[in-house]
Design a protein around this ligand. Sequence first.
Ligand SMILES: [Zn+2]
Length: 196
Amino acid sequence: MYPSYRERPPRLVGGHPVLDLLNTVEWRGTDRPVERLTDASEVIAWSEASAVIDRAEADELDDAAKAEPAVAEAARRRLIGFREAARGVLLGNAEDAQAEVNRLFAAYPTIWRVAGGSVRPVPPEEPHALPLVRLIAALAAFLADPARPPVRACGDPRCGWVFADGSRRRNRLWCDMGGCGNRAKARRHAARRKGT
Ligand SMILES: [Zn+2]
């Protein structure tokens, strides 16, 4: 069991909010993957922790989710659908994933709103779609950037996390040196000791 993102914030190792969204499934490469966006409250907590929404927006979304739980749940499912499609596009341009991302681009065209000197995308009417429209716009911007770093999957296939490899030599192996990187180091160490 993982604690709520409200108790222990997500580890943001992806280097981009859409990649961090992909990492809201733990142990994807095993037969027991763990979904972390288990309800609307977790979606809101994750979105705030990853700066997709700000504190005031998170408070508004919490109120909206309490007032309309079924609508908030539908929004959570749409976000997970987007996550899986985005993953298919970012890790190999799967055709069905591209079709789904294109469908979402058409369903959620970006509406910009300027406030307090900055500008961010907002949903057309229902507030629950706020994280989704922000992440759709972020994916479009990422894919449109010719200088974007390569997207890689963690060197531990059981992990299934992804990251933008911004390392100078483009040779980053692990999603997180403290997690998967450390485990691999310990395994190498144990293998060496066994070998002598
Ligand atoms: Zn990993």
